[in-house]
Design a protein around this ligand. Structure first.
Ligand SMILES: Cc1cc2nc3c(=O)[nH]c(=O)nc-3n(C[C@H](O)[C@H](O)[C@H](O)COP(=O)(O)OP(=O)(O)OC[C@H]3O[C@@H](n4cnc5c(N)ncnc54)[C@H](O)[C@@H]3O)c2cc1C
Length: 435
């Protein structure tokens, strides 16, 4: 079967297995002895981390197992999606402690990428709210892992991109809320210095994220809109259906060029006239603006696209972002979607992406001159002491990976000690030298 990630690049021919229970997962691992298998959730990682010759779709392990209304701890199977959690628990007054920019990801995928949201600076990553997880590591082994039980395997699995086993289920601490709505404030920043200052001024706000114009140059370099927010205190705990809209066909990729992106960015930036605008928004459009258009990944044409997301340390913030934005603006390539966030402290998970600093995510359509540009950006990010996000990546080299994640040897030693090398694999792990 032809398979790809959210960026639709690369595409592979894969054998896809769909076991329905943890017992069936173990039987499959027994049958496949010696041959690597790649865990797969909802395929919202952009590149090749959930691709391989033999893929194990977790889709049928999608049951909510228990919930403690006193503590808010939900124990759920790995293929339960964040959307399902919200639909069930928002009406009861509970919300996800951390959520990425789409609700169409599984609990297993959120753990394997140790995803972050708009509140990393105050709440950390998804796995910082996981009490424990049950990990299938072989035909006869399911291990409970937590910061105190099998801690090495826990910290390797959280952010470990599925290379330490199949997460069967996890216990997640939900957070209490009294409303499904968010009080949002949008702040306009005329350039990079202003947006970084705004992040600092609003660092106590629970949620913050900025859209940044990555094409403007000179005194407007880095002009942005910062959105901050918090849950409203009103008692409206409603979930809403999606828009039902979707892109039925691939858009011609030529429609996405420097001129259309410049026009879009100018309109988007000037849609807000005042310096500060307040609004009241449902959690759907606030957290998941792109989820309302199904298959929006077809917008980039038949060759697909990649998302380049990096983080640079706080101390390097302004010069690093300035140099990188200038390089992108000067390359003639642009991105509609350029998202800037401030991260808080990094956690103990070995391959977890966030570090204290600033992260920028940009979508680029796949075209011949793109990869040399991204190679250049890699070396700039590394020189500033930063790293690149594995769950978005489809092309970083082994050497770059090792510099981004210098604890890779410790990660490999844990896999080796638990007999996981060779058993759990992906196209990305092969490319980055983890096999
Ligand atoms: C529109 C959009 C917005 C996004 N915004 C953010 C964001 O703000 N922050 C962020 O951090 N990420 C973000 N992401 C990325 C997304 O959250 C991650 O890629 C997430 O891991 C996808 O989950 P999935 O269920 O689709 O997993 P997949 O894409 O299927 O797999 C991702 C990884 O998890 C592994 N995996 C999946 N299930 C299991 C399991 N049960 N056991 C072990 N390993 C498993 C796979 O092998 C692979 O390595 C975004 C993605 C999209 C499309």
């Amino acid at each position: 079967m032809k398979m790809h990630g959210w960026g639709r690049y690369p595409e592979v021919d894969a054998e896809v297995f769909t076991p329905q229970t943890k017992r069936e997962v173990q039987e499959l691992l027994g049958r496949l002895q010696g041959q690597g298998v790649t865990p797969r959730g909802l395929g919202r990682s952009y590149g090749d981390s959930s691709l391989g010759d033999r893929m194990l779709s977790t889709r049928w392990m999608n049951h909510l197992l228990s919930f403690d209304p006193e503590s808010g701890v939900l124990y759920a199977e790995a293929a339960v999606s964040l959307q399902e959690i919200l639909q069930t628990f928002v009406p009861k007054g509970w919300f996800l402690p951390v959520t990425p920019g789409t609700q169409f990801v599984t609990v297993g995928g959120a753990i394997a990428s140790d995803v972050h949201g708009k509140n990393h600076h105050v709440a950390g990553c998804f796995c910082d709210h996981v009490e424990y997880l049950d990990l299938i590591t072989g035909p006869d082994t399911i291990l409970r892992c937590s910061p105190v039980e099998n801690p090495e395997l826990f910290h390797a699995t959280c952010g470990g991109m599925g290379l330490t086993g199949i997460v069967y289920a996890a216990a997640i601490r939900l957070k209490p809320v009294t409303s499904a709505y968010i009080d949002q404030t949008t702040h306009k920043a005329s350039n990079l210095r202003e947006i970084l200052e705004l992040f600092a001024v609003h660092e106590a706000e629970p949620y913050s994220v900025a859209w940044i114009d990555c094409i403007s140059t000179g005194s407007s370099l880095g002009r942005s809109l910062l959105m901050t927010g918090d849950h409203t205190r009103q008692e409206k705990l409603t979930v809403k259906a999606g828009s039902g809209l979707s892109l039925p066909v691939d858009m011609p990729s030529a429609l996405l060029n420097r001129h259309t992106i410049r026009a879009f960015n100018t309109l988007y930036y000037h849609r807000i006239r005042e310096r500060v605008v307040r609004s009241h928004t449902h959690y759907g459009p606030f957290f998941y603006p792109l989820d309302s258009i199904g298959d929006w990944n077809r917008m980039y044409g038949g060759n697909g696209f990649t998302q380049y997301q990096f983080v640079v340390p706080k101390a390097a913030g302004y010069p690093a972002m300035k140099a990188i934005l200038e390089t992108i603006a000067g390359s003639g390539k642009g991105s509609f979607l350029a998202v800037l966030k401030a991260f808080g402290k990094q956690n103990r998970n070995l391959l977890s992406f966030p570090m204290e600093g600033y992260t920028l995510a940009l979508d680029f359509k796949i075209e011949p001159e793109l990869f040399p540009l991204l190679d250049r950006l890699d070396s700039m990010v590394l020189d500033y002491g930063g790293r690149i996000y594995l769950t978005k990546d489809a092309r970083m080299s082994e050497a770059t990976f090792r510099r981004c994640y210098p604890v890779w040897e410790q990660f490999q030693a844990i896999r080796e000690a638990n007999g996981l090398k060779g058993r759990f694999t992906s196209l990305q792990s092969k490319r980055t030298g983890l096999d």
